[in-house]
Ligand binder design. Structure first.
Ligand SMILES: Cc1cc2nc3c(=O)[nH]c(=O)nc-3n(C[C@H](O)[C@H](O)[C@H](O)COP(=O)(O)OP(=O)(O)OC[C@H]3O[C@@H](n4cnc5c(N)ncnc54)[C@H](O)[C@@H]3O)c2cc1C
Length: 327
C-alpha cells in the first residue's frame, strides 16, 4: 500500500485524508495543536470567538452532499442573522438571512467540523513539517528539530500557497505556479462585553472603511451567552500594516469600529487580536489543484480556486478523485 503524507489539517487536508484513507496509508501532519486551520475558534472564557472563517455558503452539489450528514448530526447549522451592509458609517441595506439561501456555521464552534472529520484519521498534531528530502523510496519528512517524520511514497500539501512554495521540493513541476499565488493578510479583532450592545443586526459587510466585516459572533447557534463582536480589517489595510505592533493595530481597529457602527466599544472587557498573514485570495483561473505524478507530489487548498471554505473542500476533493487513479 502507498504511504501518503498530507501536510495541514484544515478542511482541505482532512478531505484528502478521508478520500484517500481506503486506498493508502495516510498520515496527516499539523503544526497547530488542533484541527481546522483557518476555520478557527479562540476560547477566552467566558468568551468564544470564530476569528477566522465566519460562515459558509454552498453552490456545488458535491459540497452540498458532503455537508448533509454533518447538518443532520447537528455539527453544522444555519445562522439566520439579521444582516446589514454598511457604507462607511451608514446602513445602506438590511435583510434577514432566514429569508434566503443558507449561511452555515459549524456548531458549537467553527473548528467543530474539522474535529469530526478527523475522527479515525492518523493525525500528528503539533508537528510542523520543516523539510522534505528525496529518499531511496520516495520522500522523507523532517520536523523543526530535524527529527525524521518517516518515509512516504507521496507528499500532498494542503497549506497556504506561500508556505507550500517554500516547503515543497523545487523539482515539483508546479513550484513556479504556486509561487505566483498571492494570498492577502487580515486582522481579526475580538471583543467581549459584560453587557449586550444596542445593535439590531448580527452581521455586517462594511465598505468604504478599513474594516470589512463586523459580527455579533455570540449570536451564532450553539455559542456561549456572553456577548462578543468579531471584526475583520480589510485585506488592503492589513497588507499595508502587516508588521505594525499589536497594540497600535488594536487601537486603530477599535477606533474604526466605533466610527463605523456609531457605538463606543471601549467598554469591552476582553480585547484580543489575531494577525492572519495568509487569509484570503480572490477568484483564481486555471487548475483546481496541482499534481506531479512523476515526482509524486501534489498540492491543494482554497488558493487554487478562491479563498473560501467550499473552494478548499472542492480543490482537495477533486485532487483526491484524481489521485485515487494513481494508487
Ligand atoms: C480572517 C478570515 C476570514 C475568512 N472568512 C471566510 C468566510 O467567511 N467564509 C469562507 O468560506 N471562507 C472564509 N475564509 C477562508 C477559509 O477559512 C479558507 O478558505 C479555508 O479554511 C482554507 O482551508 P485549507 O484547508 O485550504 O487551509 P487552512 O485552513 O489554512 O489549513 C492549513 C493547515 O496547515 C497547517 N500548516 C501550515 N504549514 C504547515 C506545516 N509546515 N506543517 C504542518 N502543518 C502546517 C496550518 O496550521 C493549518 O492548520 C476566511 C479566512 C480567514 C483567515
Amino acid at each position: 500500500m502507498n504511504r501518503i503524507a498530507i501536510i495541514g489539517a484544515g478542511i482541505a487536508g482532512l478531505t484528502l485524508a478521508r478520500e484517500l484513507g481506503d486506498r493508502a496509508e495516510v498520515v496527516v501532519f499539523e503544526k497547530s495543536r488542533g484541527f481546522g486551520g483557518r476555520m478557527a475558534t479562540r476560547q477566552a472564557d467566558p468568551y468564544q470567538f470564530d476569528h477566522g472563517a465566519q460562515f459558509f455558503t454552498t453552490k456545488s452539489d458535491q459540497f452540498t452532499r458532503f455537508l448533509e450528514p454533518y447538518i443532520e448530526q447537528g455539527h453544522i447549522a444555519r445562522w439566520d442573522a439579521n444582516f446589514v451592509e454598511i457604507e462607511s458609517d451608514r446602513i445602506v441595506s438590511a435583510r434577514c438571512w432566514a429569508d434566503g439561501p443558507a449561511h452555515y456555521v459549524c456548531t458549537p464552534r467553527m473548528n467543530a467540523l474539522a474535529k469530526q472529520m478527523a475522527s479515525g484519521v492518523d493525525a500528528r498534531l503539533a508537528t510542523r513539517v520543516a523539510r522534505i528530502e528525496a529518499s531511496a523510496t520516495g520522500w522523507r519528512l523532517y520536523d523543526q528539530a530535524e527529527v525524521s517524520l518517516g518515509d512516504y511514497d507521496w507528499v500532498v500539501s494542503a497549506i497556504p500557497a506561500a508556505q507550500a512554495a517554500e516547503l515543497l521540493p523545487a523539482d515539483f513541476s508546479a513550484s513556479s505556479d504556486i509561487g505566483l499565488k498571492h494570498m492577502l493578510g487580515c486582522y481579526s479583532l475580538m471583543l467581549g462585553f459584560e453587557q449586550e450592545l444596542a445593535l439590531d443586526w448580527q452581521a455586517a459587510f462594511v465598505s468604504k472603511a478599513d474594516i470589512s466585516w463586523v459580527s455579533n459572533d455570540s449570536s451564532k447557534p450553539g455559542r456561549p451567552d456572553r456577548y462578543t463582536l468579531l471584526v475583520h480589517s480589510t485585506n488592503r489595510w492589513a497588507e499595508n500594516n502587516i508588521d505594525l505592533d499589536d497594540d497600535s493595530v488594536t487601537a486603530f481597529l477599535q477606533r474604526e469600529l466605533t466610527r463605523v457602527i456609531g457605538l463606543d466599544v471601549s467598554s469591552a472587557e476582553h480585547v484580543a487580536l489575531h494577525r492572519w498573514r495568509y487569509a484570503n485570495i480572490g477568484r483564481q483561473q486555471g487548475e483546481d489543484f496541482f499534481l506531479d505524478c512523476d515526482q509524486r507530489l501534489a498540492a491543494a487548498g482554497d488558493w487554487c480556486i478562491h479563498g473560501r471554505i467550499e473552494s478548499a473542500y472542492l480543490s482537495a476533493w477533486r485532487l483526491a478523485q484524481r489521485l485515487q487513479r494513481e494508487l
